[in-house]
Design a protein around this ligand. Structure first.
Ligand code: MN
Length: 340
């Protein structure tokens, strides 16, 4: 971090500031020039408050040269993080996993049938919403605790680990009871910092979805919240961001994959279903994300999309999912997954 001081800064003010900066645990380097005086900060500057420094009388400007996250940063952790779930299913570090299932768990028959179908097609992890964050309070809100039980049942039937969304920390006991393998934090809760801190205290893997109006850096600092609490099993999910385009539900930011891989060691999962909002667009975007170096995909699949209680328009039938999965597997050996 570089702090440019105003011309009239006195010796006393400069040494006071230097002392204060040392409290953040960083080393300082003062360079006095004829035109400018600069303080360079060396070390981990994640805890340094840029806004506070910028507001000081003697400070002209502050420039970060290092990202404000540490545990999620590849600079401090060169190797890819690999997260293991279920019976040796590895996420990250060159492995590729397909997560599939319905938007919402609707009934025992529905979730078990879909689980069997997606497993047959090559999916290794089952998704299904029990507690649903819906834009309208009148839309189907999910089966809640009952949905978790049905997911558990589908897991027992198929052996697939399960992932489902946590919206409220008070549901964590239910998630423990249902032995949820991966806790999903949805786009709308990406910056629910109290929730992030709470799941930082669990030891279950987390899939953190990017908020619809959040930058990559904000996604990574949200991951940092979870990791700072002690839970380093975090995977990041690109699920489309809101742009001026209205033809698709969101705009899938494919370039986020290599950018995150460069900045962070955490696995990147892409959700082409919520990104596009339209089943016809999902297979091509699934392939594009695979080609772009994603560590896995999360795809909505329903055995009767027209009658789905949630997100039917973007859900693939098991048949189309099977074809998509086959093509994904076909291109995987050729994917260039350079982390630079
Ligand atoms: Mn959905």
């Amino acid at each position: 971090m570089i702090i440019l001081l105003k011309k009239n800064a006195s010796q006393v003010q400069i040494s006071n500031l230097t002392e204060r900066l040392k409290e953040f645990g960083v080393d300082t380097n003062l360079s006095v020039g004829s035109a400018h005086t600069i303080i360079g900060l060396v070390g981990d500057t994640s805890a340094v408050d840029v806004d506070m420094l910028s507001a000081l009388d003697i400070v002209e400007s502050v420039q970060r040269v290092q990202e404000p996250f540490k545990k999620a940063n590849r600079r401090f952790h060169e190797e890819d993080t690999v997260i293991e779930v279920g019976d040796g299913i590895r996420i990250g570090g060159g492995s590729f996993q397909m997560i599939a299932g319905p938007c919402s768990v609707e009934s025992e028959k529905q979730i078990v049938e879909i689980a069997i179908a997606v497993k047959k097609a090559g999916a290794t992890i089952l998704r299904g919403g029990a507690f649903k964050p819906r834009t309208s309070p009148y839309a189907f809100q999910g089966l809640g605790a009952e949905g978790l039980k049905l997911l558990q049942l589908a897991k027992k039937e198929t052996g697939m680990p399960i992932i489902t969304e946590l919206m409220d920390a008070s549901h964590l006991d239910l998630f423990e009871e249902a032995d949820v393998d991966i806790i999903q934090i949805g786009a709308r809760n990406m910056q629910n910092f109290e929730l992030l801190k709470r799941i930082g205290k669990t030891n279950r893997p987390i899939l953190l979805k990017r908020g619809l109006a959040n930058t990559i850096q904000e996604l990574l600092t949200s991951a940092e919240y979870i990791m700072a609490g002690g839970n380093e099993k975090v995977m990041l999910c690109e699920r489309g961001i809101r742009t001026f385009e209205t033809r698709t539900r969101n705009t899938l930011d494919l370039s986020a994959i290599p950018v995150i891989h460069r900045l962070s060691h955490l696995p990147v999962i892409v959700d082409p279903s919520h990104a596009t909002g339209e089943a016809r667009l999902v297979p091509s975007m699934a392939l594009a994300a695979t080609a772009g170096g994603a560590d896995g995909l999360i795809i909505e699949v329903h055995n009767d999309p027209t009658h789905a209680l949630c997100d039917g328009a973007q859900s693939l039938t098991p048949e189309v999912f099977a074809k998509t999965a086959e093509r994904v597997r076909a291109i995987l050996p050729y994917v260039w997954r350079d982390k630079d």
